[in-house]
Design a protein around this ligand. Structure first.
Ligand SMILES: Nc1ncnc2c1ncn2[C@@H]1O[C@H](COP(=O)(O)OP(=O)(O)O)[C@@H](O)[C@H]1O
Ligand SMILES: [Mg+2]
Length: 377
């Protein structure tokens, strides 16, 4: 176990040298807790793997410092960093048995045979793959192979686990099972873990803290619930949450934000932070699950024409055209809504999010429990 520290870490690939393009990773700052499970999430190409590879020592950081257990590892080669990686591709040796695959790194380290055997057995038991130890990788399913890859990492007793999209090759059902298993494994082993995914649901369900990245830059570091309730900017607001948050371009006047087809009153916190801005344009964000069927008596109203209705059983998804905007609503249960109906939706003021139209930073409500990092999206 170890605290991992990244201080002003940046990466510029040789091919990016001299080009006007930005860094693959820029100004990355993070200090983990000992034994923490940190998830890096963001769209493809945002710098997640590059960050992992720098921690692993497979890439040199162009700027900044990386410390593992207080030790600056800049000059330390990967195999001496005391980390174990699990990738999307399992990279098992096809000609070796499961047991030999798992024990290979210990054999290279010339550990005694009895110790290697004991470690393999313990890891196999933890992962429920004891009956598979004599098989070859080709005799295993995808999920079993991924367990072997995890086992190979576990037997090394590393200070840090690095897992880069380890479940991406598995089908949806198995992925859900395996993510629960990895969380359980972490609770048991308590090894500091960096876990990369592009899937925000995976991030939300697994991370103790989540680092949201975009274009090589950290957008916000926070707990899952704080990311959901207090997104620091419009990008995070739209990325976290499924279905995605709706955004309406609104005019503000005296504590009310409105536009073609909607009128929403602000709560006290938003009212006071908008007071100094006066008659400004602002982005209003509303999550689909915070909308409900309303009528003309509701103070907060969104009215539009029904374009799409999806009946999913537990919920009914409705899409409305509201002036120039599309608004999605997730209504509980089975609702009788017809295409081309005019529908009124209502929403509580304390569920509204506001974002500056230039910087796209959140206005007025901040995550109280934790300092969060926010940059302009
Ligand atoms: N070896 C490389 N040489 C040059 N550019 C690279 C290399 N690896 C990644 N990149 C670039 O760096 C950026 C971040 O990539 P990566 O870290 O792989 O993103 P992610 O894992 O989030 O999808 C991308 O723009 C990618 O094209
Ligand atoms: Mg990647």
């Amino acid at each position: 176990m170890a605290i991992v520290e990244l201080k002003n870490v940046a990466k510029r690939y040789a091919s990016q040298q001299g080009s006007s393009g930005s860094n693959a990773v820029d100004n990355f700052n993070l200090v983990t807790r000992d034994g923490e499970f940190v998830v890096l999430v963001g769209p493809s190409g945002c710098g997640k793997s590059t960050t992992m590879r720098m921690i692993a020592g497979l890439e040199r950081n162009t700027e900044g410092e990386i410390l593992i257990g207080g030790r600056d590892v800049s000059q330390v080669p990967p195999k001496e960093r005391d980390i174990a990686m699990v990738f999307q591709s399992y990279a098992l040796y096809p000609h070796m048995s499961v047991a030999d695959n798992m024990g290979f790194s210990l054999k290279l380290k010339k550990r005694p045979a009895a110790e290697i055997k004991a470690k393999i057995e313990e890891a196999a038991q933890t992962l429920g793959i004891e009956p598979l130890l004599d098989r070859k990788p080709r005799e295993l399913s995808g999920g079993q192979r991924q367990r072997v890859a995890l086992g190979r990492a576990i037997v090394r007793d590393p200070q840090v686990f690095l897992m880069d999209e380890p479940l991406s090759n598995l089908d949806a059902k198995l992925r859900v099972d395996m993510r629960a298993e990895i969380v359980k494994l972490h609770k048991r082993l308590k090894v500091t873990t960096f876990y990369v995914t592009h899937d925000q649901v995976e991030a939300m369900t697994m991370g103790e803290r989540i680092v949201v990245m975009k274009d090589g830059r950290i957008q916000q570091i926070d707990t899952p619930i704080n990311l959901y309730e207090f997104p620091a900017n419009r990008f995070v607001a739209g990325f976290i949450g499924n279905p995605s948050m709706n955004f309406l371009r609104a005019k503000h006047a005296e504590g009310v934000v409105s536009g073609d087809g909607y009128r929403l009153a602000l709560d006290d916190a938003h009212r006071s932070s908008m007071a100094s801005r006066g008659a400004a344009d602002v982005w209003v964000g509303i999550r689909p699950e915070h909308l409900r069927l309303g009528d003309a008596t509701d103070t907060n109203r969104i009215e539009g024409k029904v374009e799409v209705v999806e009946t999913l059983g537990a919920v009914t998804m409705v899409q409305l055209s509201v002036g120039e905007h599309f608004v999605s609503a997730q209504l509980p249960g089975h609702r009788k809504v017809e295409i081309d109906d005019t529908l009124t939706l209502a929403c509580d003021s304390d569920k509204l999010h506001l974002f500056d139209t230039d910087s796209e930073l959140a206005i007025g409500r901040e995550s109280a429990s934790q300092p969060s990092t926010a940059v302009e999206a």
